[in-house]
Design a protein around this ligand. Sequence first.
Ligand SMILES: Cc1cc2nc3c(=O)[nH]c(=O)nc-3n(C[C@H](O)[C@H](O)[C@H](O)COP(=O)(O)OP(=O)(O)OC[C@H]3O[C@@H](n4cnc5c(N)ncnc54)[C@H](O)[C@@H]3O)c2cc1C
Length: 567
Amino acid sequence: MIEHDVLIIGGGLAGMSTALHARQAGADVAMMSKVHPTRSHSAAAQGGINAALGIGDSWEVHAYETVKGSDYLGDQDAIEILCREGIQDIFNLEHWGVIFDRDEEGRIHMRGFGGTDKSRTCHVGDMTGQTILHVMYEQLLKINAKSYDEWFVTTLLMEDGACCGAVAMELTSGKMEIFRAKSIIICTGGCGRVYEPSTNGLIVTGDGLSLAYRVGALIMDMEMVQYHPTTLPANGFLITEGARGEGAYLLNSEGDRFMQEERYGATTLVEKASRDVVSRAETIEIREGRGVDGCVLLDCRHIKDRILEAFHQIYELAQDYAGVDIAQEPLPIRPGMHYIMGGIKTDVDGRCYRHNGNGMEPLPGLYAAGECACASAHGANRLGGNSLLDCVTFGRRAGVHAAQYAKSIKAANVSEQVMQQEEQKITDIFARSTDQRAAALRLEMGNIMHEFTGVFRDETGLLEAQRQIHAVRERYPNVSVDDKGRVFNTDLVSVLELDYMLDCAEIIIASALARKESRGAHTRTDYPERDDENWLKHVVVYQTPEGPAIDYLPVTITKWKPEVRKY
Ligand SMILES: Cc1cc2nc3c(=O)[nH]c(=O)nc-3n(C[C@H](O)[C@H](O)[C@H](O)COP(=O)(O)OP(=O)(O)OC[C@H]3O[C@@H](n4cnc5c(N)ncnc54)[C@H](O)[C@@H]3O)c2cc1C
């Protein structure tokens, strides 16, 4: 058995932020990741990280726009913390060595993003996530933080109602180990690949969401799935919102800038309206026959100098994967699954909660941060650039709190029996010999989720999704692998991941069925209006033997009352 004060599952931006701050707070910390930490999906973040540093901007304006972007579902205490404390977090990143791009006067250059007319997104070209990840990793090396690279967590451990560790498999050998810890912080990222296609990498499979759900944690607002307006049709690759932030247009097949139309509610910000608004408008244009081969067009020709100067990555992506030179011709794009606003319900210090029959109570020892968590800073729709900030700021807070909590308790006695159960799970998978493969079921699940739980939903489609996902779940126990070895068995890992993803799919559908209104990214054609009277509340899901159970929590409102949302 391996022991640490604080075990962090996940080595992306959230995991690294929690690890650095828990270590600074004096805890013996270990970070674990199923891939090398610098290959975590945070590396894909192109556009940047928000902070109200500009002249004429303030954390209050940033907070108001985040609340409005969230369609008033975000908890305003969390949003205030994100926007106020995030400013110092950006300076801290810079002091660690993140070389943000500069303006002509030498200040941090900020680009425009959606949901605001301010320029507030700090960036390093269009490789912001990768740069921050590498700088944080250097800091972790500097303080000799322990990192278990290429270890895959298969279950969390509970003793006397508290979370006290995890079982993980070392991928390079197949060896299983028990990790005992006083606090466990889940930072495993989102669950993008529950959908096909998605802007997310193949490793983004919702593992931590499912692990937490299985030990009783509340999962909140999972119906809020963000479709990003500009993704490539061939493979779902993202074209950063920074392009529209710099002034790129969206055109339909008739050459019209359709976002200017009154009916889309964005006559002021036009293409820079928030993502839910633009994705809905694009989908309507395509459905009403003004699309181009199932897409609309992103026109960057009039800003080609800026594209060539600051957006090398998207310039190359468009050329390599769509065969389009965006300096010369418009690029076909369409909305694609991108981000999950919901996640493991936490408070502003990263602590997780469970249901006790009457309401919620803390789940001792368990914390979460990053995309897998839901401190509720994004509500029903996240603003671009706020996710990296969420990882850094709420990661810091979770790390500090978890370190302090670890100092205040004794380590639990952990039974070693759980190892046999986990080993048995793998032995059972190896023993099967069918022609059912994880990849086929995964694709089927992704297509179901995209078809019925995408930009537009209704009850008939959601019930159909529930039925079809249930059918996939029934076939899951027959999945077998070709590779029966223990060394770097990615075949085996994909079977374990599929189990986690099916949990996420079931939770998303249950939550979407529960919310009978349209708000932010959740557009129900059978309930087309926002209904503050009945639905200004969070949907929470928890596991029961009968399947996902639903409850509701109030939204925290500090100073911004719900208003009609126009851009
Ligand atoms: C293409 C793209 C571009 C984006 N651009 C931006 C942007 O410009 N600005 C912005 O704010 N946001 C952006 N986002 C969103 C943002 O990048 C993510 O929300 C954020 O990086 C998530 O960070 P994370 O630390 O929570 O998770 P991740 O970076 O995904 O890290 C998850 C970690 O968990 C580990 N892990 C997972 N499961 C297990 C397991 N079972 N056992 C052990 N380890 C496990 C992984 O190995 C990994 O280390 C973008 C997203 C995408 C997909």
